[in-house]
Design a protein around this ligand. Sequence first.
Ligand code: NAD
Length: 371
Amino acid sequence: MTESTTGTTHRVTLIPGDGVGPELTEATRRVLEAAAATVGSSFDWDVRHAGVDIMEAEGTPLPESTLQSIRDNKVAIKGPITTPIGTGFRSVNVALRGELELYACERPCRTYEGVRSYFDKVDVAIIRENTEDLYVGIEYESGSPEAEKAIALLNTLQKKQIRAKSGISIKPISEFGSERIIRHAFEYAIKHGRKRVHCITKSNIMKFTDGLFLSVFREVAKDFPDIEPWENLVDATCMGLVQRPAEWDVLVLPNLYGDILSDLTAGMVGGLGVAPGANIGTKAAVFEATHGSAPKYKGQNKVNPTAMILSGKLMLDHLGETTAANTLETAVADVIREGKSVTYDMKPNRNDPTAVGTAEYADAIIAKLQG
Ligand code: NAD
């Protein structure tokens, strides 16, 4: 970060991604520059590539130079990236999370007036643990020697017997991983003026994994007396979210429940087109929309950049540019509420010919920021 006379110049890694990624990224870059300019700040973009478009040239969808840039700049914003099927390459998104130890996935979801949704008054933040749980990828295929060995061993440890030819997935949840994400959730609540942190588990059934998560939550909560700690079961939470949306505040969850509930809450506020995200780690923070690369819309200047632009709003917050972040969110909310210069998915009828393209929607936000 270098100081300029009027504000701050932020050096940030910019990854356009593939599919619709480059067009969304371009719209987002322009909007972020306009938002930063409102407080005299600017960006020094370090453009790096990842994804299927770079794979042939570089031999890998995640070049080391891209990773190194994120490590150096400590902040990145990325467009979605396709996970190539049948090439032997693992998901770039999963690799990034692992390489940079991006342990916290933040997904704030709030309703904006004008977005098509069955719900209003939703304003929740999902804080999902991103390194543990059933997602660690330790699995044994049914009938494999490893599965049979694991079953044979486990069957000596308890009375309840696992059936032969079962597939096995391992769900590790540690005290370290739980404390790190739960502390993060409470700190998030303090930073964003929230009142409550809900710990979401199925601790009545999974006593030693979810139960551990909950007991760590109870301990950590003692360090944050100004925040109300709530304990909720994941099934009841799904019902509660749709019945009483206004009741929920910051939700901290192990990986699998966090994955599922962040899609539920994204759906409640209008879908993938408007759901932003941040992956925060010890070495870096990577900001990206919840949705994927929507390859069928590639190059059509059609899809909704709101999710990526709001991810940029989260990045501004992370960079300490709170005023610019709030100004940007107001500009986005105004354009959506007016409902004129919005993409097809935000029109009451998806075939509405007055819908504008990705770039023109960004122009409308920029006009508000400069107006
Ligand atoms: P997707 O999110 O790309 O698309 C699903 C559908 O949602 C699309 O057909 C489209 O109708 C709609 N949609 C998505 N984004 C939209 C937007 N901004 N505006 C309007 N409509 C939008 O999910 P998918 O088809 O399952 O995945 C496509 C590829 O993206 C896969 O290779 C997947 O692995 C990858 N992916 C990447 C990320 C990431 O980079 N973080 C996340 C999820 C999926």
